[in-house]
Design a binder for this molecule. Structure first.
Ligand SMILES: C[S@@+](CC[C@H](N)C(=O)[O-])C[C@H]1O[C@@H](n2cnc3c(N)ncnc32)[C@H](O)[C@@H]1O
Length: 313
């Protein structure tokens, strides 16, 4: 089986311009992955800074640790196996009341996608797993595909995959159960979805939906970003890279709410959404990778970058 340990970091130039890491500052890479962004942030914190990298994938953390070793001595580097939704706890445990910058590069890494055994991709035939944290018990894509009702599968594929053929795909899955392998699933989805214009494989959206559900990627995402903003010191910056519209919406809403924009329907006389003014938006519109980056790294094509700065209390 093919196992690759690489991931090209996305929009590095933009991320660094927005985060502006400075010597001695404390930064969190909340999705450190293979350390692609962190190896660029770390030298800017020298001397005396502190970089905290979080990931829920232990194999990613091992690689990040090796890549970041070169900075030990010049700055403090701490890698934490955790879910980024636990950020306030991770910081409190280390005696930190606030940090100068936080980066989220959401979704999966190329290493996870390209590692055949992990079952994220239909390019390889493998058991339907898709757990980012394979060190933990938890539902796999096979559990969902083989146990959920047709209606629940349809809703999942529709909502998280934004897949127009969700009903046909859900029916085909239920009729062909048990389904245990990535390519078995991809073939039956392709047959049910029918021919498509465009260049994405007809199973791409269904695989995205399963991955999001297995890893609960959208559960509490908006709240996690709002929590992260509260962990910033005045003047601290937060940058979030998203890769699909559902992630983007959660981040946009978190930023809007905390920049003082009321999200209540116009029919409500008083604000009930709790809009507060904790941040100033640094990207009124999401930034996208330029054509050169997309040509060099096609996986960057769906990236959107949003950033904000914490204002003084
Ligand atoms: C796109 S990759 C990050 C790649 C990294 N920026 C780099 O350049 O090497 C996203 C990483 O976030 C991790 N991840 C996703 N959701 C997470 C969560 N809720 N908590 C912690 N890590 C998470 C994944 O395991 C994956 O390693």
């Amino acid at each position: 089986m093919m196992t690759m340990h690489s991931h090209t970091p996305v929009m590095v130039r933009e991320v660094l311009q927005l985060l502006r890491p400075q010597p001695g500052e404390v930064f969190v890479d909340a999705t450190v992955g293979l350390g692609g962004h962190s190896v660029e942030i770390a030298p800017r914190l020298v001397p005396g800074g502190w970089l905290i990298g979080i990931d829920r994938d232990p194999s990613a953390l091992q690689i990040a640790a090796r890549r970041l070793e070169q900075f030990s001595g010049a700055i403090r580097v701490t890698l934490v196996h955790a879910d980024f939704r636990e950020l306030p706890h991770v910081l409190r445990e280390r005696g930190l009341e606030g940090v100068n910058g936080i980066l989220y590069d959401l979704g999966v890494s190329s290493m996870q996608l390209d590692n055949a055994e992990r079952g994220f991709s239909f390019r390889f035939d493998a058991p339907l797993d898709m757990r980012m944290d394979s060190s933990q018990e938890g539902i796999t894509a096979a559990d969902i595909v083989n146990r959920w009702s047709e209606g629940d599968l349809r809703r999942l594929i529709q909502e998280y995959g934004e897949e127009p053929a969700a009903a046909r795909i859900a029916r085909a899955i239920v009729q062909n159960r048990p389904v245990f392998s990535t390519q078995q699933l991809a073939a039956l989805v392709a047959k049910a979805a029918g021919r498509r214009r465009g260049h994405i494989h007809p199973a791409t959206r269904t695989f995205q939906a399963l991955r999001i559900a297995v890893n609960r990627e959208l559960d509490g995402l908006q709240e996690a970003i709002e929590q992260a903003v509260r962990c910033l010191l005045p003047g601290g910056r937060i940058v979030v890279l998203t890769y699909h519209s559902l992630e983007a919406r959660a981040v946009k809403q978190a930023f809007q709410r905390l920049s003082g924009k009321c999200l209540c329907p116009a029919s409500i006389p008083e604000c009930r959404c709790g809009a507060e003014r904790l941040i100033r938006l640094l990207t009124p519109h999401a930034l996208k990778p330029d054509a050169e980056e997309v040509a060099l790294n096609p996986r960057s094509r769906s990236a959107q970058c949003r950033a904000a700065e914490r204002v003084a209390d």
